[in-house]
Design a protein around this ligand. Structure first.
Ligand SMILES: C[S@@+](CC[C@H](N)C(=O)[O-])C[C@H]1O[C@@H](n2cnc3c(N)ncnc32)[C@H](O)[C@@H]1O
Length: 509
């Protein structure tokens, strides 16, 4: 289709060249997680270890590059219209020496030929932020390039919840001046935010967050020319015009759809009823953002998650509980993550399940092994029940909340035989590159101070902890920080433990 002026005819996207997007890994797009999630819906996706993955709007590859390092036998292709970002990402790939990934400078609306078909197509932060014809092209590409067992991931802003935040965007745009540079516009938006307050608790929280948010997020979300929210119905309607069907949601959600009295309905009618319920749930939950999964419409019709499918999956959880856990009654107690999210849990067997998983972390354990451990633990401390439907439903709710992580298979984290810490090449290069986050084994960005980052760069598998401690003490001293040798050794040991548990170094004390 010819247009007098389209982004497709532009050389590059200047706003992203001038203010590149954050290079964050996106755990919800991780292919093994997507495969595991698909299984819950009764859909057999490809094995992440032998897959072809395409990312549309990949920016600098902050999401795709760690995946390529993790899955050396899989192949990754990223496309982005911002030349600067693609060049930066490609240089980083060359430094790591990865040969299973390439980033291409190109337009979603005019993709190069011969890309081949893909098992996973990811488009995060694109759909709501591009012109209509690019949105259409994005869905068309998903249908055209997905293999039959392929999954597409497309995130977008949802009208139900986003319209509230649209008020902040309008207020910031009123003070904005598009003739300034992106960074100048961010500074101006920050000034506007400093004087803003709101009685609505959610808006007040967002304003507080935006005051310290990354310039890139503030600019591309709140000042971008296009930021179009969609209702869930409108999104699935567009997807269906392109031969795609809704498979499920990859983001965390506080509730899920359970279809009752659906016997005798065709798979198609059940799917339609599910979509209606999802749309109502968006209103009830005031959903602001969705990470929707799509499949081709010529494969069996997907269904909502089925609790009995949990038995085919594996799990990991970085959780702890300060409560004295009660395994005899369904009292509400809490588990929390290392970064402070708190999750309520009532079912006694679920408490035991989480405790068993937390004890195994960072290993990934299959359902039956965790369950056997949980049952013996719970029974020893007063649980008189069995593995009932209520437990499976509660576990599925917890999965839906993202309180724990799904995997398709169990995995034991590598332990070194030498006892000397050795960083992965990816972690060492990320840690030595200030603008890049260090990504852990679970595809999350780690929040590290400069000393931690530096240590990763010198953990080469040959340097004893004592020598690392002396080097660290020397660096600290040069920065005017006095550290006794035994303190430095302690610090190195605890950093090493943290890094090993996150799978970014191989080390066994
Ligand atoms: C909000 S950023 C998201 C980046 C990344 N996916 C993430 O979530 O971290 C949107 C990206 O889409 C890219 N983009 C926008 N329009 C595009 C187009 N027509 N073709 C290819 N990339 C495009 C931008 O350059 C930018 O890198």
């Amino acid at each position: 289709m010819h247009r007098p002026f389209t982004i497709a005819s532009m050389d590059t996207l200047r706003t992203y060249d001038e203010l590149p997007y954050d290079r964050l890994p996106l755990p919800e797009t991780e292919p093994d997680f997507l495969s595991a999630l698909a299984k819950l819906h009764g859909f057999e996706a490809a094995d992440a270890h032998a897959a072809r993955v395409l990312e549309l709007g990949c920016a600098q590859g902050g999401n795709l590059i760690p995946m390529a390092a993790r899955y050396p036998a899989s192949e990754f292709v990223g496309i982005d219209l911002s030349r600067v970002q693609v060049e930066e990402g490609q240089m980083f790939i060359e430094r790591i020496g990865l040969s299973n990934i390439r980033l291409l400078h190109g337009d979603i609306a005019a993709l190069p030929d011969k890309l081949g078909e893909f098992d996973f197509i990811i488009a995060h932060g694109v759909y709501s932020w591009v012109p209509d014809f690019v949105r259409e092209a994005l869905l068309a590409v998903c249908r055209r390039l997905l293999k039959p067992q392929g999954i597409a991931y497309a995130s977008f802003n949802v009208e139900a919840g986003w319209k509230l935040y649209g008020r902040i965007r309008e207020a910031l745009l009123r003070q904005d001046d598009a003739s300034l540079s992106p960074m100048q516009r961010v500074m101006r938006a920050r000034e506007t935010l400093a004087a803003m307050q709101d009685d609505d608790e959610r808006l007040a929280k967002e304003i507080a967050y935006l005051k310290t948010a990354s310039p890139s997020y503030l600019f591309h979300e709140y000042l971008s020319e296009i930021n179009q929210p969609f209702s869930f119905e409108a999104f699935v309607e567009s997807a269906s015009r392109h031969g795609l069907r809704y498979l499920g949601e990859a983001g965390p959600r506080r509730a899920r759809v359970v279809l009752e009295n659906d016997w005798g309905l065709s798979a198609e009618s059940r799917h339609a009823r599910w979509l209606e319920a999802e749309a109502r749930l968006d209103e009830a939950l005031q959903t602001r953002f969705r990470r929707a999964l799509l499949v081709r419409d010529d494969v069996p019709v997907p269904a909502p998650q089925q609790p009995e499918r949990l038995a085919s999956l594996s799990f990991s959880a970085e959780l702890a509980s300060d409560d004295e856990l009660d395994f005899s009654e369904a009292t509400e107690q809490h588990f929390q993550t290392r970064t402070g999210e708190r999750y309520p849990v009532s079912h006694p067997l679920l408490k035991a399940f989480l405790l068993a998983l937390a004890g195994a972390w960072p290993d990934v354990v299959d359902y039956q092994t965790v369950l056997d451990h949980a049952l013996s633990l719970a029974k020893e401390y007063g649980y008189t029940g069995e593995v009932d439907d209520a437990f499976r439903e509660a576990l599925l709710d917890f999965v839906q909340l993202h309180g724990l992580r799904l995997h398709t298979r169990s995995r034991i984290l590598a332990r070194s035989e030498t006892g000397l810490p050795r960083a992965s090449l990816l972690a060492a290069i990320q840690a030595g590159s200030e603008a890049w986050p260090v990504t852990n084994h679970f595809h999350q960005a780690l929040d590290l101070d400069e000393w931690g980052r530096w240590l990763i760069t010198v953990m080469d598998g040959e340097t004893p902890l004592e020598r690392l401690a002396r080097q660290l003490a020397g660096k600290l001293e040069a920065a005017g920080i006095k550290f006794a040798p035994e303190q430095a050794l302690q610090a190195v040991a605890s950093y090493s433990k943290l890094f090993a548990m996150q799978g970014i170094i191989v080390w066994h004390a």
